[in-house]
Write a new protein. Sequence first.
Length: 157
Amino acid sequence: MFTASRSLRPLRQLASWAQEWKVAARILIVDDNSAARTAIRSLLDLNSFHVCGEAKDGKEAIEKVSELKPDIVLLDINMPGMNGVTAASRIRKMYRTKIVFLTIHRLPGTVLATRHCSDGFVSKSAAATELIPTLIRVARSVDGFTRRTTSRHISTS
């Protein structure tokens, strides 16, 4: 039988995992819609992720990556000026930052077109259930994040 508490159990477990590892990856949110940035920040804050900054377009994203050195860039595709795919390609050439696309595009062709310059892809319509697990997976693969959580875990045992 389906119950609300049973369906929320996986999300609670993810929130618990993120809470346990408070040294979560530093995330830069890039979206031209300020309401979307605010909603994403709230979701990440709720799950104990550290948002280190925000940008409204690709050009500003590159500047913020240089300045803030985030572990992960959460990047929209459709933005005025420089779009997310172009920004991701340029970020990849200059920095070791992980990139996760968060966009309204769900077509398989879009996902395939972004594979070369990203570590993850989440449709905005699925963000409530897929964003946190994707960020946890990507964060676990970030070298600095892995070292910080491993040393923290060993020192508290």
